[in-house]
Design a protein around this ligand. Structure first.
Ligand SMILES: [Zn+2]
Length: 155
């Protein structure tokens, strides 16, 4: 019963410990937020919304949804897989021109299916080009043939 009185003597010690933990906490928060900013600025990598692999800028496919949000994909293969099951929420699809890296609406792009694989994990063989000439050159070089826009939305 008396122990409560003796504990009073320890209060200053507890306050010191709490002040120390408080400052250590603040320092940890500062370090974590600085690292977070650094990560977002220099190391941020987008992951494919279908299979989770890293998205390479030159093969990136963006599916823009009706609500304005964007899903990123590592390849046309993954994007078409996702597209087929979510077509009702898709507004439009943006593909990357393999030659110049330009982002273009899928209905304006030329698609070629060829022997050249862009992504070893899913064997993507579909390529997108902004220029018809580039698509034809690619088809000739890699035994490919022109295919329709795989992201056609029937309305
Ligand atoms: Zn993918």
């Amino acid at each position: 019963m008396l122990s409560g009185f003796y504990n009073d003597g320890n209060r200053t010690f507890d306050t010191d410990t709490m002040t120390k933990s408080f400052w250590i906490g603040i320092i940890i928060i500062i370090i974590v937020s600085v690292m977070g900013v650094f990560y977002q600025k220099y190391l941020s990598i987008h992951h494919c919304a279908y299979d989770g692999s890293a998205v390479t800028a030159i093969y990136e496919v963006d599916i823009v949804l009706n609500d304005g949000s964007v899903k990123k994909f590592c390849s046309i293969y993954c994007a078409t897989k996702w597209f087929k099951i979510n077509i009702q929420v898709v507004d439009h699809v943006i593909v990357t021109d393999e030659i110049r890296g330009n982002k273009i609406d899928s209905y304006m792009a030329y698609f070629v299916e060829s022997d050249l694989i862009t992504n070893k994990t899913n064997n993507n063989r579909i390529h997108a080009f902004q220029q018809r000439q580039h698509a034809q050159t690619h088809a000739k070089k890699f035994n490919g043939s022109a295919i329709d826009d795989p992201f056609e939305i029937d309305e």
